[in-house]
Design a binder for this molecule. Structure first.
Ligand SMILES: Cc1cc2nc3c(=O)[nH]c(=O)nc-3n(C[C@H](O)[C@H](O)[C@H](O)COP(=O)(O)OP(=O)(O)OC[C@H]3O[C@@H](n4cnc5c(N)ncnc54)[C@H](O)[C@@H]3O)c2cc1C
Length: 506
């Protein structure tokens, strides 16, 4: 087997998505995982719009949307009765081709990624563990334990640590993982059940501090329960379903007929001190972990993978200098830190036993949220907040300029059919209106595809400026926004693909 250009340690969602993008971009990879088989439990359920937009670029979105459940409303329970229902509707209408959030269990999601990866000629190498690695001038030499128990080594230009919360890569690099662990013990259970809450919508009983959340699963009659465990059994016996407080389940009238998966876990909130050291990178849970409030964790790992993939491909393909890889950490760590802080605040309100938090949960949330969700402006605000479409890289060294409301570093706003060309996974220039000859020449000179869209209401509503120039990165972020006469800025943009001299390859 020839040496890979990128060795991916870990075949969770982060590693699998990185493998997809790199394979699609022609990079030689190996992806290893120490487990015998992919995860068989549902774990992360929620897929957000930004992830689906990335999946659309690699042809995965339609299949996931067809298999998943759209969340259209959420119900609040207090004192044993349904107190309120907040209707989401198509929350992000006009903002994304995927104006909703989806429920799709992680095991099914990973299986689909693995199947599609095999279609690209890449097999996950199971029972293959990364033991450690050393970096040298030309790359990394990684030590592996192979399926037969023997040790072997592999050379790669780069190592991607997608190896989860207990990352070997992070530990080998000695990168700290500061943060803390909440005292609460939680349980997750995938159940078959009946009752009023089994209606295909999420239900929350936040009444008491032993709250329960019921998430519908795509299979009818199946749901995921998440709750707190107050009393831990003495003697270190592992908790079982029967140890879970039945009071809260009784309050929402759910009759659990079968428990297909039960697990307890403590929630941590931590962000790695660095996301990169030399030729090794940290992505996904290896780089950041936090409470599951808002279903952000897995989606953020997938965002890391997409951000790094095209940069690695460009450097390995001699289309960019290695300095491009320096932008991965600042672009991704800022969001991870913000996310940990915000999920921490939300989590504290949900789990606190104090009178103020209780008032917020029992009185304020059920009254206020349905009224707020009736407002289109609030629905759009919430969609922007949770869907990850508002993640921007404005302070990145790759981001320049402003035209209309769109700035360098913003996600390319959606304006109908302008996401279709993103399937090329390549740099491109968008103009909404008419492109001047100077712009066409600048694009031709730099080997950039020029996409001209008619000036329509959707483009104006999305914040574009008529005839302005938008240089778009391979994963759909605006690198440069310039006025209609800004062909020179385009020519001078330092990271445009053919502008940079080839890197010194090891
Ligand atoms: C019980 C439970 C419930 C959860 N519920 C939710 C939820 O509701 N919402 C949510 O957003 N998130 C949830 N999560 C978290 C979610 O599963 C993670 O955020 C997500 O899996 C992260 O993906 P990842 O690919 O970064 O890491 P992981 O999925 O952890 O994948 C890491 C992979 O690396 C492999 N690996 C580790 N070390 C090595 C090594 N040395 N060599 C080779 N392979 C290695 C592991 O075997 C694993 O397959 C839950 C997690 C658990 C455990």
């Amino acid at each position: 087997m020839p040496d890979p250009e990128v060795l991916i340690a870990g075949a969770g969602p982060t590693g699998l998505v990185l493998a997809h993008w790199l394979a699609r971009l022609g990079v030689r990879i190996r992806i290893i995982d120490k487990t015998t088989e992919p995860g068989t439990t549902s774990r992360a359920l929620v897929l957000h719009a930004r992830t689906l937009e990335f999946y659309r670029q690699i042809g995965l979105a339609d299949e996931i949307v067809s298999r998943a459940l759209k969340v259209t409303a959420i119900n609040f329970w207090t004192r044993g009765r349904k107190a309120a229902r907040a209707v989401f509707g198509p929350m992000g209408e006009g903002l994304s081709p995927f104006p909703y959030l989806l429920i799709h269990p992680q095991d099914q999601h990973e299986r689909l990624l693995i199947e599609r990866l095999a279609g690209l000629g890449v097999q996950v190498e199971r029972r293959t563990e990364l033991l450690g690695f050393e970096e040298h001038a030309a790359g990394v030499r990684a030590r592996l334990r192979d399926p037969d128990g023997a040790e072997s080594s592999v050379e790669a230009a780069y190592l991607a640590g997608c190896d989860g919360a207990r990352s070997t890569v992070r530990e080998a690099l000695g990168i700290g993982f500061p943060g803390s662990t909440y005292s609460h013990l939680f349980y997750v259970a995938d159940v078959e059940a009946s009752g009023a809450v089994m209606d295909g919508e999420p239900h929350l009983d936040l009444d008491e501090s032993d709250f329960v959340v019921v998430f519908p699963l795509p299979q009818p009659g199946h749901a995921r329960l998440i709750g707190t465990v107050r009393e831990e059994p003495n003697g270190g016996e592992p908790l079982a379903w029967n140890d879970v407080s039945q009071a809260v389940l009784g309050r929402i009238g759910i009759a659990v007929e079968r428990v297909n998966w039960f697990s307890t876990y403590r929630v941590h909130h931590r962000v790695a001190e660095r996301f990169r050291e030399g030729r090794a990178f940290l992505l996904g849970d290896a780089a950041h972990i936090h409470s599951p409030v808002g279903g952000q964790g897995m989606n953020t790992g997938i965002g890391d993978a997409v951000n790094l993939a095209w940069k690695l491909a460009a450097v390995l393909g001699s289309r960019a200098e290695p300095g491009l890889l320096d932008t991965y950490e600042p672009e991704r760590i800022a969001f991870a830190r913000r996310l940990v802080a915000t999920t921490d605040r939300a989590f504290t309100v949900v789990t606190s036993t104090g009178p103020v938090a209780r008032f917020v949960r029992v009185q304020l949330v059920p009254r206020l949220l349905p009224a707020l969700f009736a407002l289109r402006s609030f629905r759009r605000f919430m969609f922007r907040t949770v869907s990850q479409i508002a993640i921007e890289y404005r302070s990145s060294p790759l981001s320049e300029g402003r035209a209309g409301k769109v700035r360098g570093g913003d996600r390319l706003p959606w304006a109908g059919d302008n996401f279709d060309p993103l399937r090329s996974l390549d740099w491109q220039v968008h103009v909404y209106g008419a492109a001047s000859q100077a712009v066409a020449d600048a694009c031709a000179g730099q080997g950039l595809a020029l996409r001209v869209f008619p000036w329509e209401g959707a483009a104006s509503r999305a914040g574009f400026e008529r005839d302005a120039i938008y240089l778009v990165r391979p994963e759909g972020y605006v690198a440069l926004a310039a006025a209609r006469d800004g062909a020179e800025e385009l020519e001078e943009y330092p990271s445009a693909p053919t502008e940079v001299p080839p890197p010194a390859r090891g």
